[in-house]
Design a protein around this ligand. Structure first.
Ligand code: PLP
Length: 374
């Protein structure tokens, strides 16, 4: 038996009972109408999630984690004689760089320190000086720090300089105000198992229809992750080019229903309230936050430093023994004893209050076990 813990992690997340039960209906054939109806429903709900009008945007679901969707975009939309302007200020920006380099596209990297806010003039200079850039790529919510990047402002630059624009909204979609049309985004990626409240295994892309013409002659560099193949199958028949994970499509569909029944605004408000409780609790426990500017903090991830002398792995284990799963920081931030707490999925403000009391117990040595059964 696996002991149930509360996942205060940025994916996987706590899921609604209905999402778990949906997995039991998976004995259906993906090449029949029953699947096409399911996929059509998911695709329409994804349009709502991204705020993409149906006549201007299309959506596809990829069987694979968030990286699969980022790789689908970055491998399919840039000609080999063109370049990507990548803005990176953390672990997940760096991962986009790895994909771009792996497929051999030209790369103009505008790199910042982790948790440093991108400065628009550097980005604009690159656009002015290099005519070969065809795509701008950036992470919406840099999960490794909890920072929200200037998606709207860079979207304006993409419009002014007539470039395609890719946003990795893997940890933002469902938890932040993602709006592909307002922010001029051509390709926006997301995943089921974060702020949408679904399970691991599928990711998705919202694509601007007008941009599809621009990329139709880009030579194929792969098969399974070719965006044009996915769009064609989805648009013609609500189908997928290869066998999809039917079970994960079912759970994604249910997660989207649960999400929209609560309502997008209400979910985001709940996430904001959760984060505010956690941040207030951290301040009361004298924990320093990584980000000082409240306006740059996401609604779902809080990064804080452990006091010197506390071993991070020991701390994470103790908190887990008390029933809560957290993440240690990544890269250079781990060396500074950073840990991360997320409040995505089925987590209520009351859960966050209890979590803070448990954390207090861990710090004072009075450990409370606080397991919640699902
Ligand atoms: C912003 C961002 N991009 C990409 C990824 C990679 O997603 P996955 O691990 O699902 O492949 C993550 C994972 O946490 C992420 O937070």
């Amino acid at each position: 038996m696996i002991e149930k813990k509360m996942l205060f992690t940025p994916g996987p997340v706590m899921t609604d009972q209905r999402v778990k039960v949906a997995a039991l209906l998976s004995d259906i054939c993906h090449r029949r109408a029953v699947f096409e109806k399911l996929y059509s429903e998911i695709r329409n709900n994804l349009l709502k999630l991204f705020h993409g009008p149906k006549d201007e945007y299309s959506t596809v679901v990829i069987t694979g984690s968030g990286t699969a969707s980022n790789e689908t975009v970055l491998s399919s939309v840039v000609d080999s004689n063109k370049k990507v302007l990548l803005i990176s200020n953390g672990e997940f920006g760096n991962r986009l760089k790895d994909i771009i380099c792996c497929y051999g596209s030209g790369l103009n990297l505008v790199e910042y320190k982790w948790a440093e806010y991108p400065d628009l003039s550097r980005i604009e200079n690159e656009l002015k000086n290099d005519k070969d850039i065809s795509l701008i790529s950036m992470v919406y919510h840099e999960t490794s720090t909890g920072m929200i990047n200037p998606v709207h402002q860079v979207g304006k630059l993409a419009r002014d300089y007539n470039k395609m624009y890719h946003i990795d909204s893997i940890s933002a979609i469902g938890g932040e105000d993602v709006d592909v049309k307002r922010d001029n985004i051509d390709f926006c990626t997301g995943v089921a198992n974060k702020a949408v409240g679904g399970q691991t295994g599928v990711s998705f892309i919202c694509v601007r229809r007008a941009t599809l013409k621009q990329i139709q002659n880009v030579p194929k560099r792969n098969i399974y992750l070719n965006l044009q193949n996915h769009i064609k199958a989805a648009e013609e028949h609500n189908q997928t080019p290869n066998t999809p994970s039917v079970v994960m499509f079912l759970t994604l569909n249910e997660a989207l229903k649960v999400y929209f029944e609560e309502g997008q605004e209400k979910v985001i408000r709940r996430y904001r309230e959760n984060a505010a409780i956690i941040r207030k609790g951290f301040r009361e426990l004298n924990l320093d936050l990584l980000l000082s500017d409240q306006s740059l903090m996401s609604n779902t991830v809080t990064s804080a430093f452990l006091p010197p002398g506390i071993d991070i792995n020991d701390f994470i284990d103790k908190v887990e023994n008390a029933g809560y799963v957290l993440y240690p920081g990544k890269g250079p931030l781990l060396k500074r004893n950073l840990f991360q707490v997320a409040n995505m999925g089925q987590i209520l403000p009351e859960d966050c209050k209890i979590f803070i009391r448990v954390l207090e117990g861990v710090f004072t040595g009075k450990l409370r076990r606080n397991l919640r059964c699902h």
